[in-house]
Design a protein around this ligand. Structure first.
Ligand SMILES: [Zn+2]
Length: 565
């Protein structure tokens, strides 16, 4: 019978650390001898002076460790009454018994009792009943069994594995919570235990510092710590980590506390798209990868405490959004600055938010055009002040000036997706800020390679394009008519302008009703803007150059209320 993942996070965390300490290359290859090697390592680390706190100010065993295994052999005050040697003896004896049971479980053939954790039939003599002092988050502590809870019976192999979980645990930072990554890839999980568990403990012992869990993340929040771990793992062993997302292996970070005051646990799933994003970013540019981590995930100690608190709040917020795979570009816009860099945000938009490649390339091109535009300052100011509502008008201005086509406007802001205005606005500003930064620093802007065809326009956009074509062919006094449409302040004025075209035969009744749908004021304004876009594009001669486009209050107000939902 061999060892394998169980699906129980704490047992698996223990198995990973056991594997790392055993010298075996995979769990199925762990033998009774490997178990002995691993147990020797666990004993050497946990019974060291640095773990027990002998001659040191802090005791890991009596302090932090009691948060994982409260009242266990290393914690219980009764064991300490005979001094450190009493504790060591107690622990060695218990560990020896556990080792013997685990070895028996491995050596024996099929037993007669199913282990509820690993699902194997094991010899019933090797089962032990564990309570919360040795199995985190079970109800009932060792000295107090509410409702006469008896704990959980585990096979010897699973019970021994749990003892090793300490080497897979990490510290979050604030509030002293602990966490570990439950990643069912043996290699990755064992590497984490090796690097942040065993090697970290060994370093502390060698320099005679009190033992503690690794927690030097210099970030904020649970999500910040998880993302920083992923960044560090990518730097150290990208190839192994690739296995996680290539096979779509579900990975969950568990943040927990198991002290006597009560248990706490929170499972935070790590979306595979996040690993995809970090990996693509690192492959694209190591500098961009470093910059993203530094500007978005790091909190360094600042002289000004208030500044540091603000920074921590920003990092915790953005990291949380990343873990939920939400858009982050808007949150990373600072004072005329894009935190994290455009390369990172571009890859995030693609890999995590699933933005169409062609639309992204188009947004990038449009942002650069805005930054270079002679009236750029004014247009950018409009975008900065009025989040979603002015976006269409600004883009329409760019169509008027030949920077964008009508179809491109339709691709950026599909008429039936009012929510896209916010992200378009954020991305445009991101490109503008990065372009300005590159100019100041004398760097070249990292443009996306071109050649992407924009998606086919939807039916509404195609129809508006056709109506614009009809109008241009048949409408008399076009410049005057277009001016009327651009300067209309009320829906009734738009309707009156269309009626003039209807009367002259340039517009059919069906198209008229399509342009001003009954009872839908918002659509009337949206469709007017797209119609104008095509008129601008198809008949540049007829466009009045010095007329300001008016966005009617009625349309804008309605649109904002749609966005707020
Ligand atoms: Zn078991």
């Amino acid at each position: 019978m061999s060892l394998h993942w169980t699906g129980q996070p704490f047992v698996d965390a223990g198995l990973a650390a056991l594997l790392a300490a055993s010298g075996a290359s995979q769990l199925s290859g762990v033998t009774a001898t490997h178990l002995e090697v691993a147990v020797r390592e666990l004993e050497a680390v946990l019974l060291s002076d640095q773990a027990l706190g002998i001659g040191l100010e802090k005791s890991f065993a009596k302090g932090t460790l009691s948060q994982v295994f409260p009242n266990s052999e290393l914690v219980n005050p009764r064991n300490w009454s005979k001094g450190p040697e009493g504790v060591r003896k107690k622990y060695r004896t218990a560990l020896k018994e556990d080792l013997a049971r685990a070895q028996e479980a491995l050596r024996a053939g099929r037993g007669d009792r199913v282990c509820g954790i690993c699902g194997e039939l094991r010899p019933s003599a090797g089962f032990v009943v564990l309570r919360r002092d040795r199995f985190p988050l079970l109800s009932g502590a060792v000295n107090f069994y509410p409702g006469l809870l008896h704990g959980v019976a585990l096979c010897g192999a699973c019970a021994l594995a749990l003892r090793f979980a300490v080497a897979s645990l990490l510290r979050v930072g604030e509030r002293g919570r602990l966490w570990f990554l439950h990643c069912p890839s043996e290699i990755v999980a064992a590497r984490i235990a090796q690097e942040y568990g065993w090697s970290h403990f060994r370093r502390l012992i060698a320099t005679n510092q009190p033992l503690d869990f690794y927690g030097d993340w210099r970030t904020a929040g649970n999500s910040g710590a998880i993302l920083c771990l992923l960044c560090q793992l990518l730097r150290k062993f990208a190839n192994q980590l690739r296995a996680i997302y290539q096979h779509g292996i579900p990975t969950v970070a568990y943040v927990f506390s198991n002290d006597n005051r009560g248990g706490y646990v929170e499972g935070i799933p790590v979306p595979t798209s996040i690993l995809d994003f970090l990996q693509s970013l690192q492959l694209e540019s190591v500098d961009a990868f470093d910059r993203f981590e530094r500007e978005v995930l790091r909190v360094d100690t600042a002289k000004d405490k208030r500044e540091e608190t603000q920074r921590a709040r920003f990092v915790a917020n953005v990291a949380g959004r990343i873990m939920r795979a939400e858009p982050i570009v808007g949150a990373c816009l600072g004072e005329q600055r894009l935190l994290g860099g455009w390369i990172a945000h571009r890859i995030y938009l693609q890999e995590v938010n699933g933005m169409n490649h062609a639309v992204l390339a188009l947004l990038e091109r449009t942002g650069i055009a805005l930054a270079q535009h002679e009236r750029g300052k004014k247009l950018i100011g409009r975008l900065e002040r009025a989040p979603a509502r002015d976006v269409r008008a600004v883009l329409l201005d760019l169509v008027r000036e030949g920077v964008l086509s009508g179809r491109e406007l339709g691709a950026l802001l599909p008429p039936n997706e009012p929510a896209s205005a916010q992200i378009v606005r954020d991305v445009l500003l991101a490109v503008v800020y990065e372009w300005q930064r590159c100019n100041e620093a004398g760097e070249s802007f990292p443009r996306l390679a071109g050649g992407w065809a924009i998606p086919e326009p939807d039916e509404v956009v195609r129809r508006l394009e056709r109506i614009a074509n009809d109008l241009i062919r048949t409408l008399p006094n076009r410049r005057q008519w277009i001016t009327g449409l651009m300067t209309a302040r009320k829906t009734a004025q738009i309707r009156a302008t269309y009626l003039r075209a209807l009367r002259s035969g340039a517009l059919s009744l069906v198209d008229f009703l399509f342009l001003v749908p009954l009872g839908d004021v918002t659509q009337a304004w949206v469709r007017r803007d797209y119609l104008l876009a095509f008129l601008f594009e198809l008949d540049r001669e007829a466009v009045p150059p010095d007329i300001e486009l008016v966005e009617g209050e009625e349309g804008a107000t309605d649109e904002v209320s749609v966005l707020a939902e």
